[in-house]
Write a protein that binds this ligand. Structure first.
Ligand code: CTP
Length: 477
């Protein structure tokens, strides 16, 4: 028995079960009735063999994909979304999202604005797909129903964990340069290796990525960031020359300088280590972005001081200032997610400073006030930031952070600073003194807040009200 047949035998039950799903059953009946050949193709087949969960199914039809989609939709009484220019149609039924496409001779053009020129066979279509592991198909046709069509031995590549283009990689990548980043994304996501000639072609063609939209690039970048060990993907992006094209600010972190026998660490390596550490603990994409950007301003703030050695003073402030620009450049959303990343970059040194000094209640209150509900994420980022190879140093910091955490809990229970709301509102101040919105109202509110954070008064209405009176008197009200 050949490998394909063995695999079909192993997967038989799963494939049978899949084909008996009401959606696929109807698709199968429809294509057989219409006398066209159709196949499940691409990522779904790959993930089925890898036993990874996958939701969207792609169906390739040797004929008009839109016609078949419309007939299937009619049978289920559901809507079909037709994208005429791309020759695709999409429908959703029985919790399954299915995209239909006609087989093409031309390059794979799901996202291209150019219309499709030539229809083709399954073989033509498979030839123009990105990787051997993504070109596998399962037949929906009479005679060979459920069998796997694998012209490039993608099954062996799945087994050996290899990413390889089905054709000359220069052609595959020039058809759609985004595939270079996809190769790296799959390597990171699946823990696969990119074969040498495919990787060399990425190196050669890296410059071509400039014709791809930032949005598409960022979608892949986010998938790399969300993989189990994102450093793998970033190292490949760097090695291939793609990082320089798509995210040059990050590349500036790379390198070590030495002066008077003093070296600083390679901040690129450090950043990737921090990102991996965060990835082990959290699936929050934006916390992972914060890890990636936490030291982004180190190159811009780097100085050498004869006494202190290498310093990066203020890199947290400058880093948080740079964050919106980087988000804009990468076409990431400029919304509260960006603000969250900005805040974590700004605050990432605070717990370290606290852990080095004696931990005072007011310093803890201020940290809680500034971090608000993101305090736990900030502490997680700080843990991840300890990448020293010296076990003693690591243990010292981690146990100090534990102390900071205990204190945070204590103070929060006592003072409820996390989501600080001024205990005396502006309205109360205005009413009490018969004044309108003015500088004085702001000054009093701020003085009350500072007094609470410094522990001079408690965080309650009564003490705040009395403090307001003192402050108002000082202002001659
Ligand atoms: N494809 C391609 N070239 C691209 C994008 C996609 O050849 N630039 C083909 C591949 O055969 C791929 C299929 O289209 O398997 C579906 O693409 P997509 O849904 O983007 O990716 P998946 O492989 O399904 O993987 P994932 O769901 O993880 O994105």
């Amino acid at each position: 028995m050949d490998k394909k047949t063995i695999l079909e035998t192993v997967l038989k039950d799963e494939i049978l079960q899949l084909l008996s799903h009401p959606t696929l059953k109807t698709i199968k009946e429809t294509v057989q009735l219409e006398n066209v050949r159709a196949y499940i193709i691409g990522g779904y087949v790959r993930d089925l063999i890898l036993q990874r969960p996958s939701k969207d199914i792609d169906i390739v039809v040797e004929g008009c994909g839109i016609d078949i989609a419309e007939k299937v939709a009619e049978k289920f009484g559901v809507q079909v979304n037709v994208f005429k220019n791309f020759g695709t149609a999409m429908l959703k039924t029985h919790e399954m999202e299915v995209e239909f496409v006609g087989a093409r001779k031309e390059s794979y053009r799901r996202e291209s604005r150019k219309p499709i020129v030539e229809n083709g066979s399954l073989e033509d279509d498979q030839n123009r797909r990105d990787f051997t592991i993504n070109a596998l198909a399962i037949s929906l046709n009479k005679g060979d129903l459920g069998s796997i069509v694998d012209p490039f031995d993608g099954i062996t590549d799945l087994e050996k964990k290899l990413i390889r283009t089905p054709q000359n990689p220069d052609i595959t990548f020039s058809d759609d340069p985004l595939r270079m980043i996809r190769a790296i994304r799959f390597a990171a996501q699946l823990n696969f290796t990119i074969v040498e000639d495919t990787f060399e072609a990425i190196r050669r063609n890296a410059g071509r990525i400039e014709i791809v939209s930032k949005e598409r690039i960022c979608e892949e970048l986010n998938k790399i960031i969300m993989s189990g060990k994102p450093s793998t993907g970033f190292e490949l992006l760097e090695k291939s020359g793609l990082l320089r094209q798509i995210f040059p600010q990050l590349l500036l972190l790379k390198g070590v300088e030495s002066k008077n026998g003093k070296r600083h660490k390679d901040n690129f390596e450090h950043t990737l280590q921090v990102l991996d550490n965060v990835a082990e603990k959290s699936d929050n994409l934006w916390l992972r972005w914060a890890a990636l950007l936490h030291d982004i301003a180190k190159p811009a703030t780097k100085k050498f001081d004869d006494k202190l050695g290498w310093t990066f003073h203020g890199h947290e402030f400058l880093g948080s200032k740079m964050t919106p620009g980087i988000f804009k450049y990468l076409k990431l959303p400029l919304n509260e997610k960006m603000k969250y990343v900005q805040k974590l970059v700004l605050l990432h040194l605070r717990p370290i400073v606290l852990a080095q000094e004696e931990v005072t209640d007011s310093a803890i209150r201020r940290l809680l006030f500034d971090a608000g509900d993101d305090i736990d994420d900030l502490m997680l980022l700080c843990d991840a930031d300890i990448t020293s190879k010296n076990r003693k140093t690591v243990d010292k910091y981690l146990s100090n952070f534990q102390l900071v955490r205990t204190k945070l809990k204590e103070i929060e229970e006592k003072d409820a600073i996390r989501n600080f709301q001024p205990p005396v509102s502006g309205e109360v101040i205005m009413e009490t003194y018969g004044i309108g919105p003015s500088k004085e109202v702001g000054l009093i509110k701020n003085a009350i807040k500072e007094a609470i954070l410094d522990g001079i008064i408690k965080n309650n209405y009564e003490e705040a009200y009395n403090y307001m009176k003192i402050e108002a008197e000082k202002l001659g009200l």
